[in-house]
Design a protein around this ligand. Sequence first.
Ligand SMILES: *[C@@H]1O[C@H](CO)[C@@H](O)[C@H](O)[C@H]1NC(C)=O
Ligand SMILES: *[C@@H]1O[C@H](CO)[C@@H](O)[C@H](O)[C@H]1NC(C)=O
Ligand SMILES: *[C@@H]1O[C@H](CO)[C@@H](O)[C@H](O)[C@H]1NC(C)=O
Ligand SMILES: *[C@@H]1O[C@H](CO)[C@@H](O)[C@H](O)[C@H]1NC(C)=O
Ligand SMILES: *[C@@H]1O[C@H](CO)[C@@H](O)[C@H](O)[C@H]1NC(C)=O
Length: 169
Amino acid sequence: MYAITLLGLLVTTGISTPLKYAVPSSLKATASNCIYPANFTVSSFTIYTDRVDSSKNTTSFSFADADTGINAFCTQNSTSKATGANSNQYPCDDPNVTFIYQTTGVAGLTLVELACPGTVPQYEASGLVTPDLACTNSTTASTCAAKQSTITGDFDSLEPVPHPPPSSR
Ligand SMILES: *[C@@H]1O[C@H](CO)[C@@H](O)[C@H](O)[C@H]1NC(C)=O
Ligand SMILES: *[C@@H]1O[C@H](CO)[C@@H](O)[C@H](O)[C@H]1NC(C)=O
Ligand SMILES: *[C@@H]1O[C@H](CO)[C@@H](O)[C@H](O)[C@H]1NC(C)=O
Ligand SMILES: *[C@@H]1O[C@H](CO)[C@@H](O)[C@H](O)[C@H]1NC(C)=O
Ligand SMILES: *[C@@H]1O[C@H](CO)[C@@H](O)[C@H](O)[C@H]1NC(C)=O
């Protein structure tokens, strides 16, 4: 009896990582084979700030989600174009992943990954990590890097992708 119950539990949950958010039943119904974003790693988080030339300022890191199989490189510099509803949100080199890094408001690094890409409405999972920075400064530049070479985070929110704000003309 116990063995049968346990087997049923294993079959329903599969081998995927437990989720920190609820999946709407409407999404479950449209995306039956979806692997949801559950947790992720951020590696080599680095902020370079040039004291003279702001075009050299760069924020970069590597992102990985083992469950969904996404590995992405994320970078933001003076030529990066913001994406999505947040003016501070930038794309990684995988179209399913974006990020927001800020030191005010929701301070830290927020990772946003599309859940079940291609479903309508499109949902996105998000999670925050707060890199603990160590800085090396020279007269011309400052390089701040996360003390942890790899930071692990959990996606703890699942929301429909917000519409971008109406463009002001
Ligand atoms: C994600 O969660 C699973 C299961 O709890 C765990 O085995 C794995 O190490 C976690 N990965 C990260 C990057 O935290
Ligand atoms: C970018 O660089 C300029 C000049 O080097 C500096 O004053 C500014 O604070 C930097 N901006 C950010 C967002 O780090
Ligand atoms: C990223 O999203 C696209 C659709 O936008 C999908 O075809 C692709 O498989 C996704 N990549 C990964 C690694 O999940
Ligand atoms: C600046 O960032 C963009 C992505 O936003 C990247 O494609 C480009 O290579 C970066 N430029 C430099 C000089 O690192
Ligand atoms: C190094 O530079 C960073 C960023 O510009 C700044 O926050 C920090 O206070 C500086 N540290 C020292 C010791 O000057």
